[in-house]
Design a protein around this ligand. Structure first.
Ligand code: SF4
Ligand code: SF4
Length: 230
């Protein structure tokens, strides 16, 4: 039995979960979800959500405030007055599980950030480091209690874990380039989904005989056309 199997998923209640443009594109195109049903922007003036990985975006209605694009939270049924990830399914409490059980409703399609928890890459990006998990993720509310014990290496598959971390870092690095383009002239929040969709729907280019430079063209080279298109 895995460490999460008997848990009410305090992690999916406590944390703002950053998502990348690739996650957004996956949800909207592969899961047919509406952006406004799963995404939100969280203020992050202190960088506690970004953690030097997820990019900050600015918006014209509040251009001084950095935001991180995250999974949306909704009110919890099991713990009134608290919130949870909108994808978290809550099972009723019983004698064995007094806080109930939590299950991810999109487990096979969850964002890279969720796949990586509770690990991060080391300084050389070659090894995974397990976070020291606190007993509670927010203000002491039982809903936000976290793991019943510290994670160990044997809780995770070493290769899957590293690969998830590398993909997460790659996608957030790319998303940061997109943020630099967007932040040059911050648009309205309601323009953001179309902007992201246009960028991520055009990540693949074909090489032609006449022009073999496609593999040297980066997103920054197209920044003006992306912004105009958005
Ligand atoms: S997507 Fe799934 S794993 Fe990630 S926070 Fe939401 S419920 Fe938890
Ligand atoms: S709080 Fe810890 S044990 Fe519970 S679901 Fe999250 S990672 Fe697993």
């Amino acid at each position: 039995m895995g460490i999460c199997d008997s848990c009410h998923s305090g992690c999916c209640r406590s944390f703002a979960v950053p998502i990348s443009g690739a996650d957004i594109h996956h949800f909207t195109h592969r899961q047919n979800l509406n952006f406004w049903d799963f995404a939100c922007r969280w203020e992050d003036t202190e960088g506690l959500i970004s953690r030097n990985l997820a990019p900050h975006f600015l918006f014209e209605d509040d251009p001084e405030t950095p935001f991180v694009i995250c999974l949306k939270h909704i009110p919890s049924s099991s713990f009134p007055g608290t919130t949870k990830c909108r994808f978290l399914m809550e099972c009723l409490p019983d004698d064995e599980h007094p806080k109930g059980l939590g299950r991810c409703g999109i487990y096979q399609n969850r964002p890279q950030t969720c796949r990586c928890f509770p690990a991060k890459l080391n300084a050389s990006n070659e090894l995974a480091i397990l976070y020291d998990i606190p007993s509670n993720g927010r203000d002491g509310e039982p809903a936000y209690d976290l793991c019943s014990r510290q994670w160990t290496a044997s809780d995770l598959d070493p290769n899957d874990t590293i690969q998830s971390l590398v993909i997460a870092r790659y996608e957030m690095t790319f998303f940061s380039k997109i943020a630099m383009i967007w932040n040059q002239s911050p648009g309205a929040w309601n323009q953001f989904p179309d902007f992201i969709d246009r960028i991520y729907s055009n990540r693949i280019a074909s090489e032609t005989r006449e022009d073999t430079s496609a593999d040297t063209v980066g997103v920054s080279d197209n920044s003006e056309s992306h912004k105009r298109a958005a």
